[in-house]
Design a protein around this ligand. Sequence first.
Ligand SMILES: NC(=O)CC[C@H](N)C(=O)O
Length: 308
Amino acid sequence: MTVDAQALQAFLDRLTADIHARHDWGEVANYIPELAKVDPAQFAVSIALADGRLLHAGASARRFSIQSVSKVFTLACVLGRHGEQIWTRVGREPSGTRFDSILLLEQEKGRPRNPFINAGALVTTDALLTGRAPREALSEVLAFLREAAEEDDIHIDPAVALSEERTGFRNIALANYLKSFDNLQNAPELTLGTYFHQCAIEMTTDQLARAGRIIAQLPGVSPLLTAEKARRLNALMMTCGHYDGSGDFAFRVGLPGKSGVGGGILVIAPGVASIAVWSPGLNLYGNSHMGTYAAEQIAKFTGWSVFG
Ligand SMILES: NC(=O)CC[C@H](N)C(=O)O
């Protein structure tokens, strides 16, 4: 689908002004002290187009904590390393529960519903870690992101990782619970440390939109992902990328997306564009409130949808 880039840029500028005028930001995540300090009144959007152009508006050069958006890239690394084997340990169904819920884990004997809820992401991170040190596993995720974004300046914020390490009691519970079902191969502390650091990667929307081009399979991007893997990541993002808000996101936006509790969302228009939005205030489901609104408005303006 072709898009008039100039008209889209003017739209993004209007959208940014509109969002700032609304003063309806949502609440920042307060269970991670370092994220609770972030000013909610911020917004950024970047769109990488199939012709190589990168459009942006708002604070698109400001770094934010990508948090659960990292789960897509970790899964991509794990699929590359272990192939389909990972699906014996984690499912591919939406959970209908909060991202940090433990409820289904007991009923389903320690096999998390999908790789994007925390329990499932702990399993994929554990698979990435097996056979090496946390530093090496994290280097692989960073190298993957840097190659996808074609930019080296992507790093982990140690203060955010430490902040979560000190207060992440639910994740600590989930990891121990997984271990009791024999669904962690490493010591829970090691898997958790790797997971918290992976979530603490910081990026700008410009960088995230560029990294997402491989999931959108835009022409000329790095062959890091096969077309088949990209399609499957998109399917998982569509069905599970927003936890118990996934249905609402699909209904409103019509494109696969992955959110993070830092307020970022990566939205994919397959073959057409990779969109990154960021606004740190969250909605009821723990997904960016204004980020979701922006994605909805962009989809409306462009007509981009996987549903025709
Ligand atoms: N939804 C999220 O972004 C959650 C990620 C966060 N690091 C956590 O585990 O709680």
